[in-house]
Design a binder for this molecule. Structure first.
Ligand code: GCO
Length: 479
């Protein structure tokens, strides 16, 4: 019998050429790579506190040293250049810039990112800077964190500082990375910092993150003297349904996970069904007059993070829930205020990555097409896609990460198909440049196309990195 999976069905494209102007990049985040946690004036973020709380992070790992990128920035810049990266997406550690409640600006923090941006430009690599990739200053969490409107004041001011400092050189500003994780995992499910389990707080965090995004865009636009693009990065849930109430389960999670952000940011309103679904948890009284207009600032490009699909079904409230403990697409039934009694995430067919996430390149094509149907004027950028696998170092010192290369090839094929179908997709950033601190999983999960030895911090380009270099050079997906 022949396989049902023809090469085309399996997303293992060959000879697919990406259009001119399509940007090939790679991404990292401050707490995951920098280290130097207590140096040059940086104070703790919620992730320092969380990772030092026993039982929160695998093996008690912390970001104290991480990849030591703070001290090895020149080596890492050369690495990016060797790979031929056209753009580099990094994030700025807020507690390096404004280390204390007094609000004083720490020049040493600004200098570090300024040097990074200059180093990128010297090498012909576009700087794509994210203001918030989860490292909220601890002093702000102590005052209420994202449940407090005052945090949006502080974020606006931080955006002003960074717009003034780097807005002459940054190519793309991104306000937030995956506010879904910050709100629901941080304040609802508790698997991420600050580790709170408060459904109503999670929804208030959703709104304050949205508001912070809008206020930051205004501040960045007012202070940037170059001509940067403006963006935000969201992690979308690409949903599959199971059982009798499949459509209803998918609608609910789509409202909570996707439309809770795209609604206010891109349409200037919260979806009515979201407000109804969550009415028993909150009356959304934290939304003030004028907030939605502030949130709905235009963006040049919408950042899309995609790793896997999620399957949901209505839960009868009685039978045992299937547990699915991935932190993203499958983020566990408990992450959903208001609907966690009603919807459960169920296990999906493999194959899986080392995170237990199912490999589904068709989900990326579907997501990109669906977003461009929902928001026809909106240019898109894949700001994260990649995979953790159990890497091994071969006798010759190389890392023959065949599975990661295959994963990337299949997802680049999916992105290419979306372009063929008319999606305005501007680029693609592989997550991640380096093996790094993978949040609750510490250093146990490796996403890098460059290996980091966490004993001596040596970097080794993996086979997937070599494959990516070739893709960038030829602009053509090959096996
Ligand atoms: C995220 C973050 C990254 C993760 C990656 C793998 O999306 O969660 O942007 O920091 O490390 O996605 O989980």
């Amino acid at each position: 019998m022949t396989s049902l999976l023809t090469p085309r069905d399996d997303y293992r494209g060959s000879g697919l050429v990406f259009p001119d102007g399509f940007t090939f990049g790679s991404a990292t985040a401050s707490y995951q790579i920098e280290g130097a946690a207590a140096e040059d004036g940086r104070t703790p973020s919620i992730w320092d506190t969380f990772s030092k709380t026993p039982g929160r992070v695998w093996n008690g790992d912390t970001g104290d040293v991480a990849c030591d990128h703070y001290h090895r920035v020149d080596e890492d810049l050369d690495l990016m250049s060797d790979l031929g990266l056209e753009a580099y997406r990094f994030s700025i550690a807020w507690p390096r810039i404004v280390p204390a409640a007094s609000g004083e600006v720490n020049q040493a923090g600004i200098d570090f990112y300024s040097r990074l941006v200059d180093g990128l430009l010297e090498r012909g690599i576009r700087p794509v800077a994210t203001l918030y990739h989860w490292d909220l200053p601890q002093y702000l969490e102590d005052a209420g964190g994202w449940t407090s409107r005052a945090t949006t004041d502080a974020f606006e001011r931080y955006a002003e500082i960074m717009g003034t400092a780097l807005g002459d050189r940054v190519h793309t500003w991104t306000t937030l990375n995956e506010p879904w994780c910050s709100a629901y995992l941080g304040y609802g499910q508790g698997g991420h910092a600050p580790g709170r389990h408060e459904p109503a707080s999670a929804l208030s965090a959703v709104h304050h993150l949205n508001l912070a995004h809008g206020r930051a865009l205004q501040a960045l636009r007012a202070t940037s003297t170059g001509d940067p693009d403006y963006s935000v990065t969201l992690n979308f849930h690409v949903l599959r349904g199971q059982g009798d109430g499949a459509a209803e389960a998918m609608r609910r999670i789509d409202a909570l996970a996707n439309r809770a952000f795209t609604g206010p940011m891109l349409r200037g309103e919260y979806p009515a069904d979201l407000l109804e679904d969550t009415a028993s948890v909150t009356d959304w009284g934290f939304v003030q007059d004028g907030d939605l207009a502030t949130i709905a600032q235009p963006i040049d490009v919408l950042g899309v993070n995609y790793y896997s699909t999620a399957t949901v079904r209505l839960w009868d409230g009685v039978s045992p829930k299937q547990q699915n403990d991935g932190h993203k697409g499958a983020a566990g039934g408990t992450a959903w205020p208001g609907s966690d009694q009603l919807v459960e995430f169920v296990e999906q067919p493999g194959p899986y990555t080392a995170m237990g996430w199912n490999i589904a390149p068709e989900g990326l094509e579907e997501l990109l097409v669906s977003l461009s149907e929902q928001f026809p004027e909106q240019a898109l950028m894949v700001t994260e896609n990649g995979a953790a696998f159990e890497d091994e170092v071969a006798a010759d010192g190389a890392v023959h990460d065949v599975e990661r290369t295959d994963y990337l090839r299949r997802h680049f094929t999916a992105a290419h198909r979306a372009i063929e179908r008319g999606v305005d997709l501007r680029g693609y950033f592989v997550w991640s440049l380096l093996d790094n601190f993978e949040w609750g999983y510490g250093y146990a999960k490796r996403f890098g196309i460059v290996r980091v030895d966490f004993d001596d911090l040596a970097r080794t380009v993996k086979d997937s990195g070599l494959w990516y270099r070739e893709l960038i050079r030829t602009r053509t997906v090959e096996g």
